[in-house]
Each structure stands twice: as structure tokens, then as C-alpha cells.
Design a protein around this ligand. Sequence first.
Ligand SMILES: *Cc1c(COP(=O)(O)O)cnc(C)c1O
Length: 392
Amino acid sequence: MATSIEFIARHEAALTGNYGKLPVVLARGQGSTVWDVDGKEYIDFFAGFGGTILGHCHPRLVDTMTRQAQTLWQVGNQFYSEPQIRLAEHLKSKAFDGRAFFCHSGAEAAEAAIKLARLSGGPDRPKIITMQKGFHGRTMGALSATAGPAQNGFAPLVPGFVHVPFDNLEALEEVVDGTTAAVMLEPIQGEGGINEPAKGYLRAVRELCNRCGALLIFDEVWTGVGRTGHWFGHQISGVTPDIMTLGKALGGGVPVGGILAQPRLAALLKPGTHGCTLGGNPICAAVSATVFDVIEQEKLLDCARSAGARIRDWLADSTCKSRIQAMRGAGLFIGVELAMPDATPVVRHALDHGLIINATQKNVLRICPSLIITEQQIQKALAILEKAILAV
Ligand SMILES: *Cc1c(COP(=O)(O)O)cnc(C)c1O
């Protein structure tokens, strides 16, 4: 069998270089464990940017996918099909009484939300306000919504976007006006460093939007589908958006994105306004619907909340606690800000010792395992992490 080194050389010669890479070629996974092509085992504390919310090869997802693959693969969206109905009903019953549209990614979900906001606002309300350190994706509309260096080199961007500091109501009040179609933000910022707003902020944003006739869009691509110990991140604050975008965990690791929009807005998406050829594909939609079934039936929201609390308590009491500047987040969406300028050596040390973890904003470690991670795996992972933090 070929080794990592051989695969990496072939990769470099055949793929674009747009991702920062770690020198590991993953070959298989089971639950929260993955193995590389050289047979080395890792505990997965990041779940592929949160995608594998139920780990790798969950038997219920494998069963659903297998049965759907033997039944019906793809239908044009001029036809109805059952899996996407089941998935949409899950969103409706667990978030709010909206209508769903499906695509494949978080960026496409942002595009759908942005287009819907423009349709709703009309020509007199072109402005869409988003947050600094927010992240909405890499396509041109989503990128225009994403303030900061991700935009470098891609001008001209889509006009009409204004960026303000997150968790700063005054800054938002200054720019929201009668020309504002929407305010779009993450209930807890993910790529920005797992930043939670102060209590009351999201409600105040909701009220400001109501006063000015602007829509409120929550980007729940990171925070959705159980990650925070709630079905959706906005449920922590009890503030309901007009449109919610989803991705990452929605498909449990297969590509599914989508939006849920209030019915009066959804009614604007008439035939011809928007679409996605493979969106709501039966195989992906069936797997996604089963993700909701499993989280519900196995009470994994409770598991996420209690596991998250145990991880934070453990770290707060660990021998590396003096190197931890702050801990933020909810459920299994945990940011650990280290008292060092760059957490990359910690990530590499942990990887060498069999733990996959991620850092963002240079020094914020992100702990985002699958919701089915076991207590034993958590203990083992934390011991590796503690050593890694102390080692650098
Ligand atoms: C990852 C992410 C996106 C983009 O999702 P893709 O599937 O990579 O297009 C959008 N919004 C948020 C909050 C994200 O974390």
C-alpha cells in the first residue's frame, strides 16, 4: 500500500493549493476515530469542520444511504421526492414554521439567503449588513458578506454589503436604516474564534431589524444541527430569524446546505428565481433527515451539553490552565483561546500524538468533536491536548 509521502506528492501534482494542509492522508474512520494510510490512529476532535456530527460511518446513516442508493438517486426538482420533504419537516418542527430550500454547501445557502433578502427588499433596500470576523463562504456573494482578508484579490465584489463589529449594537444602529434589506450574522461566530455575543445582543438586533423593516438572517452553518447542544444556535437566545442558513453538520458529512425562511419570504421564491440542480438530492436528503432522527432518538443534544461542560471543567482544572486565556462557546462548539500568539505548534504536537484539533484566529483552539464521542475518547484526547499545550 502507498504511504502518506507518496499520496502527498501525487496530490501536490494534481490538485490546487488553496487549502493549508497537514501532512496526514486519512484512509478510514469509525465514530470519532480515524486512521491514516500508514495505520496511525487519531481521535477526531474537530469532525471535519463539524461535518461529521455523528462521526464516521454511523450505522444508521450507512443504512439510510445504502437503502436510498438502492432505491432512487436523483430527481430533477420539477418532481417531488420524499426524502427532502422529511428533511424540511425536521427543520420546520425543530426551528420555526418556515419553508426550506436545499443546496450543497454553506456558501450556497448564504447565496440563497442574500438573493431572498434582495428580492424582499426590492431596489430601495439594497444594503446587507454583516459582521467583522464573520464567515459566510467563498462564492462571490457569500465572500462579499465575509469581511476581511478572505476578500483580498477578488474585487470587484458584489455591491451593497456593509460590515460592522460583532456584538456592538451602537455600530449596528448607525448603519441600519430604511435602505437595509437584511442584517446577517452568526449567533456564535465560528471561523472568527467561537465568539459569543453578550446576553441581550441578538434580541436587540432582532428589535432593531423589526423597527427598520430589515430582515434578520442567522448563518447557522456552524452552529446548527445540534452542535451547540441545541438544535440551532439561535435557540440559546430564543431569538428567531427571518431566514436561517445551514450547512456543515446538516448532511452528517455528505454535502447538504439549505435555508429555512419565514413563509411570507419563501413565497417570493417563485419558479425561476433560484435553484440548484442536485439540491435536495434523495441520497443526501435521506441521510440528512436521518441525522435529525438519530440526534432526537439518542438524546444527543443533552450529550453535547454535558460533554461540553465536562471538557470545559476539565480544562479549567488542568495543569495547562495558566496557558488558557479564555474559553467560549456552547455544547460541543468550544473555543479555547491560548495565552500564546500562535496555536499551530499545539495543533501539530497533538496531531503527532494522535489527536486532531483545529486552531482559528491564530491562537483559538476549536474543540468540535462528533456528538457521539465517548467519555473515554474525551479523556484520552484531553490528556494529549494538555501535554501539547504544555510542550510549546
Ligand atoms: C463554513 C461556513 C460557511 C461556508 O460553508 P461552505 O460549505 O464551506 O460553503 C458559511 N457560514 C459559516 C458560518 C461557516 O462556518
